[in-house]
Design a protein around this ligand. Sequence first.
Ligand code: CP3
Length: 341
Amino acid sequence: MPGPDKPLLSVLRGQKAEKTPIWLMRQAGRYLPEYRALRAEKGGFLNLVYDPDAAAEITLQPIRRFGFDGAILFSDILIVPYALGQDLRFEAGEGPRLSPPLVDAALAGLEAVPGRLEPIYRTVDKVKAALPPKTTFLGFAGSPWTVATYMVAGQGSKEQAEARRYAYRDPVAFQEILDAIASMTVDYLSGQVRAGVEAVQLFDSWAGSLSPQQFEQWVVAPNARIVSDFKSRHPDVPVIGFPKGAGGKLAAYARGVGVDAIGLDETVDPAWAAAELPDGLPVQGNLDPLALIAGGAALESAVARIISAFGERPHIFNLGHGILQDTPIAHVEQLLKLVRQ
Ligand code: CP3
């Protein structure tokens, strides 16, 4: 049983902490020289993900350097489309490529390869054996809408227009894509838990591009299904939902999805969230990654504002989205000092 010895996990279970626990989205990555060195040696991002020793090492790098309260598994949200049978490439400077894109090919033509998830579970196993006892181990997956935007377009797309157009043209086929992602995602998260993660986060990075009705249909409904299926297998494992860009729809998300905690991006006013989100719901966030790059007094006042706004709620300190590549290490150190003061 996780006791008070894991501060981040306690907050996810609804307890208020004396000292706000902290981790950062994308904390394992290119702003770290030790990450860049290992990536150069292994010759590419997917080579790292599919080498459990390297992926475990990268998961642990930010824990060793900074002592964050949470370690997030090193992998990517696009591993699920890969397991659904699309080919996946990451080329330097180009971003991810999935083929065939589902604008050109039917989902039914893909042959799922669930074995592509197995090496990730070996990474979890290795991290678990090496993690400090106070550190909470977080797994993750992308949410169906966000993952579908990549599966449909075959790559990142401006305002997710390819996927939105596709869904207007063929709502039935689009719903089938969301359902296939949701099913694979429940298996994937469940596999991560069986291998040793203690909580999971659902990244809906593109939740902000939808109308209220689409948000209900493609964000709230599929995430609610994932949470309910996941909870029937793992009732005690907390789920963090991160519907980036949801703004005024956050309260509907919190009520409709059934997450244990909600991630807030930097466009959300902490005072609004503190007042409008369901009582007692733990929140995570929401420092602007650019304030972390700025450092100094700007960082100090931004951190103070967030900590004081969430004083009455269980709160996990994080960024509003992933840490940027040109973030100075010294500013991450300053942030940890400020949060732990
Ligand atoms: O947070 C962590 O440290 C854990 C690992 C993690 C990665 N990606 C590693 C990664 C997590 C949780 C993700 C999530 C992810 N991946 C999201 C959702 C969150 C977000 O940032 O909005 C999305 C949309 C992706 C898809 C993805 N992966 C893109 C568009 C790219 C290319 C753009 C970029 O930032 O390089 C990636 C590559 C990627 N995923 C890298 C890392 C460390 C960079 C790989 C490299 O070049 O070394």
